[in-house]
Ligand binder design. Structure first.
Ligand code: ADP
Ligand code: MG
Length: 224
């Protein structure tokens, strides 16, 4: 794997079909996507259009039915299961719809947990990450006591705890009211630009369009 590469991920002519019981359903069809360092790519589409399918393909969690996924310069098919696990632990950061911070752990412990799965040396101290995002004063707080804005900051701090070259965010603003702001998207865009990382956000939320470097639209499993 080459994590210094410019093109972090490429999906070439990807079709993903799911076989459930008797019928086959289509996740995505014949899509092409490429994302590089330094950019925040936003993929917009309604519910059921294939967004989560794309994120799970990008993470190597599922294999395409047709086409090729090149992740860090290598075909996903050619990684072993343990190589993919290592890649996810060391090189990919995840953000989910409701952030999935662990409520029984403090903000600092949430970050340490992610770091424990990684074998990377020179990890960024959690305190430094929390300072970077302006929530150092909340280091011993539990997620349940944070405001929505603070949770967004904590989710980004945790997602980048392993200094990943690729961040995948699935509907990161879905649980937010617009008056709470979309700080999570702003922070991710800044992270991509300043740290030269690749961020892919999938969402149905048109309100965040202005924070993207590049936008692709997906409908019925196809890129428009
Ligand atoms: P989105 O995230 O945009 O809502 P998804 O990628 O979850 O879309 O789903 C795209 C299509 O693939 C939908 O029609 C959905 O029903 C189908 N699909 C997704 N995951 C599965 C699965 N595990 N098994 C069967 N069908 C699935
Ligand atoms: Mg989804």
């Amino acid at each position: 794997m080459n994590t210094d590469i410019e093109k972090i991920i490429t999906l070439e002519n990807i079709t993903k079909l799911y076989n459930t019981n008797s019928h086959e359903s289509r996740g995505v069809e014949d899509i092409n996507i490429c994302a590089a360092r330094g950019e925040q790519l936003l993929i917009l589409g309604p519910s059921g259009s294939g967004k989560t399918t794309i994120i799970t393909l990008c993470a190597g969690l599922i294999q395409p039915t047709k086409g090729t996924v090149i992740l860090f310069g290598k075909n996903v098919k050619d990684y072993s299961r343990s190589e993919l696990q290592k890649l996810r632990a060391d090189c990919i950061g995840f953000i989910f719809q409701t952030f999935l911070l662990i409520d029984s752990l403090t903000v600092t412990e949430n970050i340490k947990l992610v770091q424990r799965f990684s074998k990377k040396r020179n990890q960024i101290p959690p305190e430094e990450l929390l300072k970077k995002f302006g929530i150092y004063n909340l280091r011993n707080s539990f997620p349940g006591n944070l405001s929505q804005g603070e949770k967004q900051r904590a989710a980004v701090a945790r997602a980048i705890a392993n200094d990943p070259a690729l961040i995948l965010a699935d509907e990161p603003t879905a649980s937010l009211e617009s008056n709470q702001g979309f700080i999570i998207i702003e922070l991710l865009k800044k992270y991509a630009a300043e740290e030269n990382k690749c961020v892919i956000v999938v969402s149905h939320d048109l309100r965040i369009s202005k924070y993207a470097d590049r936008i692709l639209k997906i409908e019925d499993g196809k890129i428009k």
